[in-house]
Write a protein that binds this ligand. Structure first.
Ligand SMILES: Nc1ncnc2c1ncn2[C@@H]1O[C@H](COP(=O)(O)OP(=O)(O)OP(=O)(O)O)[C@@H](O)[C@H]1O
Length: 508
């Protein structure tokens, strides 16, 4: 509005009125007002001349909130000095960036702590309100951390409250088999820091390292009074349940029945199955995992269903394939039995000679195989792999075949079909038929439901950590929908899979 204002001045005036300039202006004035503020504590001025032997100290002031401080302390028994033992990743102390493992604490809120018991120091910290002031002598040589993030699936349960050897139970983090953990700090060879995913807390917790957890498992193992081998027990129990069923006409029935006495390539006998399963668990309590998303051009992931006998694994599998046989397919098994008049090789079964079958077994060609009434039955890995190049292959497996499908090539997505409560089983299975020993299907009885529950409990306690998804087969329609969603997720959404599938090692 100034008279005789130049065109440049007008342009500048217009520019300064633009919204983004106004916002930056507001930002600058906010910055200025923050910069002018005085923050507490007000530190004494630095003395003019510092004596040469004066140790460099640091005043660290933390504002207490509902979160724990996120640091542990220890005492040097010889000198009575108190040190920061570890700083918990993501905790208050860590986020301040001012306290580090190895810092020597001289004072807490003005109280000298030298010579105090760690518990007394903790009491001083606990009593303080609002802010806590630490005077520390910083550690001179801080270890350089170039940690890479590591994700693992827990293959064992852990409870810090039941572990007398944990340095600080409150800082510990419990986990259950199957939980995915983000290892954020492996500096300490014995105690790692980790977060459970999906993470609700920024603060990590202490967990035993692989070696320490292995040691604990071994100690636990040896400290147990002698019992018959757990795995052999399970196998026997499963066989006892499975023995109820025999061959009856119908969809792949004999293959399923023979499987109950089956072997899978990674577990050629019960005894070696125990060696791989139990000692395998002892050998690696954590399985390294990575996020994997199948690309549209990749082969499909194998969908493997399993559950206690009678729960409806086969019903769900059949219904899924029926929904769209152009997308879903099951493998046709191999058998040495003679074809029946109405059967055609390559339709119900691939009929083959015993010699050929044995040869396939010898060359590890089967995902699982077994004998039933003197005939051999088996699911060929090649058949499954071939289907996966075109369609989503859906198989139902017994637990002893889990390891055989968890491979780089098949990348199985394992869905556990769980029975609903006893009451719901009674209500939903009123018209259902159980396959029994005598070539007949009969209505379910309460004992069948009880057997199903017992078998489910055993399967869950041994294999839960290997399940990618759990579907409770209550309403059949609802379970089918859940199955469809799970299958879509497995193929199209990122999932945690063993790192070895993505970076194959030379190990078998
Ligand atoms: N959610 C459900 N509601 C009602 N009936 C069901 C349900 N799921 C399965 N069934 C019925 O239960 C019976 C047993 O199911 P299915 O044969 O699929 O069991 P399975 O888990 O494959 O066990 P097995 O291997 O011993 O045959 C079948 O008659 C099936 O139709």
């Amino acid at each position: 509005s100034l008279p005789g204002c130049s065109s440049e001045a007008k342009e500048l005036h217009n520019l300064l009125r633009q919204p983004h300039i106004q916002v930056s202006d507001a930002l600058l004035s906010a910055h200025d007002s923050v910069a002018q503020k005085d923050y507490e504590p007000v530190l004494p001025p630095m003395p003019e001349e510092l004596p040469d032997d004066e140790e460099a100290t640091r005043i660290v002031c933390l504002v207490k909130n509902k979160q724990p401080l996120g640091a542990t302390i220890k005492r040097n028994e010889a000198t009575g000095e108190i040190f920061v033992a570890r700083v918990i990743h993501g905790g208050l102390a860590d986020r301040s960036g001012l306290l580090h493992a190895g810092d020597r604490i001289i004072e807490v809120n003005g109280f000298p702590v030298n010579g105090l018991e760690p518990e007394q120091v903790i009491q001083v910290v606990a009593k303080s309100q609002g802010t806590i002031m630490f005077k520390v002598v910083p550690i001179t040589e801080r270890p350089v951390h170039n940690q890479t993030m590591l994700y693992v699936r827990a293959m064992a349960d852990y409870s810090p409250q039941q572990d007398p050897s944990i340095p600080c139970a409150d800082a510990g983090m419990g986990f259950k088999k199957g939980d995915v953990l983000e290892i954020v700090d492996q500096t300490d060879a014995l105690w790692w820091q980790a977060r459970k995913l999906p993470s609700i807390s920024a603060c990590a917790g202490l967990i035993p390292s692989t070696n320490l957890l292995k040691r604990k498992q071994r100690e636990f193992w040896w400290s147990q009074p002698y019992q018959p081998h757990g795995c052999i027990q399970t196998q026997e129990d499963l066989i006892a349940i499975d023995d109820k069923c025999v061959e009856a006409a119908g969809f792949r029935r004999s293959m399923r029945l023979c499987r109950r006495r089956s072997h899978s390539i990674s577990q050629p006998s019960c005894h070696s199955r125990c060696a791989t399963t139990c000692h395998g668990t002892l050998a690696s309590p954590y399985e390294e995992v990575v996020r994997y998303q199948r690309l549209p051009q990749d082969t499909y992931r194998l969908i493997a269903l399993l559950g206690p006998s009678g729960v409806g694994v086969n019903e769900l599998r059949r219904r899924l394939i029926d929904i769209n046989p152009g997308i879903f397919q099951g493998p046709i098994p191999y058998t040495t039995r003679a074809p029946k008049s109405y059967e055609e090789s390559g339709r119900e079964y691939h009929f083959t000679s015993r010699e050929m079958f044995d040869n396939m077994v010898y060359n590890n060609k089967f995902l699982e195989y077994g004998e039933y009434k003197g005939n051999m039955y088996g699911t060929s890995i090649e058949t499954v792999k071939e289907i996966l190049t075109r369609k989503i292959c859906v198989v139902d497996i017994e637990p002893n075949a889990i390891q055989a499908v968890r491979t780089h090539e098949l990348k199985a997505y394992i869905i556990y079909v769980k029975p609903p409560s006893m009451d719901r089983l009674r209500q939903t299975r009123q018209d259902a038929q159980i396959t029994t020993n005598y070539y007949i299907n009969r209505p379910f009885k309460d004992e069948d439901f009880q057997d199903m529950e017992d078998a489910a409990r055993k399967m869950e306690s041994h294999y839960w950590h290997l399940f990618d998804n759990v579907i409770v087969n209550d309403s059949l329609q609802e379970a089918c929908l859940q199955l469809l969603t799970a299958v879509r997720r497995a193929q199209d959404e990122p999932q945690w899979v063993p790192a070895s599938w993505i970076r194959p090692t030379n190990q078998p």
